[in-house]
Write a protein that binds this ligand. Structure first.
Ligand code: RIB
Ligand code: CA
Length: 324
């Protein structure tokens, strides 16, 4: 079983990677949906509780799907972590999970409520599918446990989560911290794995200038997304003394496979701490150079070319607006 990504992601412009996006919209998840709709064969959007309870993350996914990815099925999944008690992030995303914009009503009901089954079926029907989780890893872990054959059927997993520092605690990033047991399953699954952690996404900020460029794009979607990014950034700037805007975390996990040239990375053995009093939910990255260190299990993204990355985001928004 390969331990680092053997299925090299496309370098953009080549065959569009086939993707299931598992998310908890979430302001930055919304941007991830737009970029995935533009640059991948987006076969489905599955939802998980995280930034907000499942009914809200699912509603938000339907709204963004309608605006940016019409026709893509939305299937809801886990309403709570495998072991941990549910915790949400209204202090960042608002009670709705996507506060700050005048959002349309969803065009219809969710397309299903078995995200785990959807993920399994999608990966068995087409070998070489990428799983791109941008929320807690509950759905993906349950799918890997229910269908171990997925480990050698999928192209890989490119996730937003973890990193060299935390946000929910000093050690743990929110997506991992929400469901550490699920994250441990994913980090130990043995197939190609890409981690986009906070040390990368905190270098990918929705600055006022970048939000202004989104707002200048004609159409309802750009206006909605600019409002969402304004809310998201206002929250981050209020909560941090060193950020000039919100880190736009989640599209980075998509661009890691659609635009890999935007990133610097290294391969390392990474495990998830599930027991530590102060470190539960930490992604422990083995950076030792000793000869006896364990073999790498993950491609750890280390840095993004933020200007080029945001140009990808802006173009995807403009493309969706023209198509809308
Ligand atoms: O820690 C940031 C991550 O947690 C992002 O995916 C955000 O949307 C939340 O899910
Ligand atoms: Ca998210």
């Amino acid at each position: 079983m390969s331990t680092t990504p053997s299925a090299e992601p496309s370098a953009g412009g080549e065959q569009r990677p086939r993707v299931v996006l598992d998310c908890d919209p979430g302001h930055d998840d919304a941007i991830a949906i737009v970029v995935a709709a533009r640059h991948t064969e987006l076969v489905g959007i599955t939802t998980v509780a995280g930034n907000a309870p499942l009914d809200r993350t699912t509603r938000n996914a339907l709204i963004v799907r309608d605006l940016a990815a019409p026709g893509v099925p939305v299937v809801s999944g886990a309403a709570r972590p495998i072991v941990a008690e549910p915790v949400h992030a209204a202090y960042v995303h608002g009670e709705s999970g996507m506060d700050g914009a005048d959002l349309p009503e969803p065009s219809g009901p969710v397309d299903g409520d078995d995200a785990v089954g959807f993920i399994i079926d999608a990966c068995r029907e087409h070998e070489g599918t990428w799983l791109v989780p941008t929320g807690p890893l509950t759905n993906v872990a349950l799918a890997l446990r229910a269908a171990p054959d997925l480990a050698h059927r999928i192209a890989g997993i490119s996730l937003m989560g973890g990193g060299t520092f935390g946000n929910r605690t000093a050690a743990a990033e929110f997506n991992i911290w929400c469901d550490p047991e699920a994250a441990a399953v994913v980090f130990e699954y043995g197939g190609p794995l890409i981690m986009c952690g906070l040390h990368v996404t905190h270098g990918f900020l929705a600055t006022p200038d970048r939000i202004r460029r989104v707002r200048d794009v004609p159409g309802r979607l750009p206006a909605v997304l600019a409002d969402l990014l304004d809310f998201f950034s206002d929250t981050y700037v209020r909560l941090h003394h060193d950020l000039a805007g919100a880190p736009v975390h989640d599209p980075c996990a998509v661009m890691a496979i659609t635009h890999p040239h935007l990133f610097e990375s290294y391969d390392a053995h990474v495990v998830v701490e599930t027991h530590g009093v102060h470190t539960r939910g930490e992604t422990v990255i083995d950076r030792r150079t000793s000869r006896g260190r364990p073999a790498p299990t993950c491609r750890v993204l280390d840095r993004i070319d933020a200007d080029a990355g945001f140009a990808v985001v802006e173009e995807a928004i403009a493309h969706a607006a023209r198509a809308g």
